[in-house]
Design a protein around this ligand. Sequence first.
Ligand code: SF4
Ligand code: SF4
Length: 306
Amino acid sequence: MPPVKKNSSWISEQLCVQAARTCNIYCAYCQNPPDGKMPPLKTALAAIKRRKIKAVSLEGGGEPTADPDFFPLIARLKKAGVEHFMLSTNGVTLSDAAFCEKAAAEIEYFTVNFPSHLPEIYAAATRSVKFPLALKGLMNLKACGAQEKVRLFHIISAFNYKALPAFAAWAAKNLPGAAFVNFTFVRNAGRVNDDPGLVPPYSAVEPYLRLALAKLKLSGLRAVVQNFPLCRLPGFEGFSFEFQRWLRGDEVFEEGVAHRARCAACSRCTLAPACCGARADYARIRGLAELKPSSLNPGLINPERF
Ligand code: SF4
Ligand code: SF4
């Protein structure tokens, strides 16, 4: 089935604005570690005015809410015409109830990087002791009526993959009204720096991930999986973010995202047009032997709710 192009929504017109120069935790898997620098805002403001951009995502190079000028930045963007804000955050600053309430009044979606509901895994993955603050931040969002604005962003790494089903059960119990859970497989970039100890094989993750997705589906909490090959998601392909992009007629890969590595199995696979495959940075440390060509028609895969 040929993919069908959908009408564009404000999400597809949004601009990413780097709104951070530092971070208040130190994730071992951080792809884009802060370097103390932030590009001048005037470049983003000029683009917003010129292209009449109405939606921005505040993210990049650290934690936006750690910047003392976080709310003044929002005010300047609003003045330039922005009406919709999305925030990528680790949630730690949202442990301040007043800050959280003020942010919830401005932000439409909070993408919260929360690598575990278990303190010991959180501590290892983020090299921090801020688990209680991050958890409080999430619960503050719930308490101030912003639960449906929460997108739980769970990077799958060697630290947490065995706890994916338990995380799914925790999310379904504690944040049942969240927008969705996003499981993104760790990329070998930034601090990962070719360390196979941080990047588990797809095949090791697969059974835990499928169980986690099944639990979420049964609970009614939506879920999506990013950067994970379709042949390692048998029966659960409909959760793939890249497959869903293909289905709605978008490019499989978002702008700026590395494409798949060249792979003999992929070249013989009918799912290739709708699949992210394995990135070269994964292949470099784990190889490509786990990828198995399929003869499934991607147009016959049922997309999951997302
Ligand atoms: S992944 Fe996000 S929260 Fe973690 S250190 Fe990097 S910028 Fe900070
Ligand atoms: S063989 Fe390649 S294209 Fe086919 S499902 Fe696996 S990763 Fe995707």
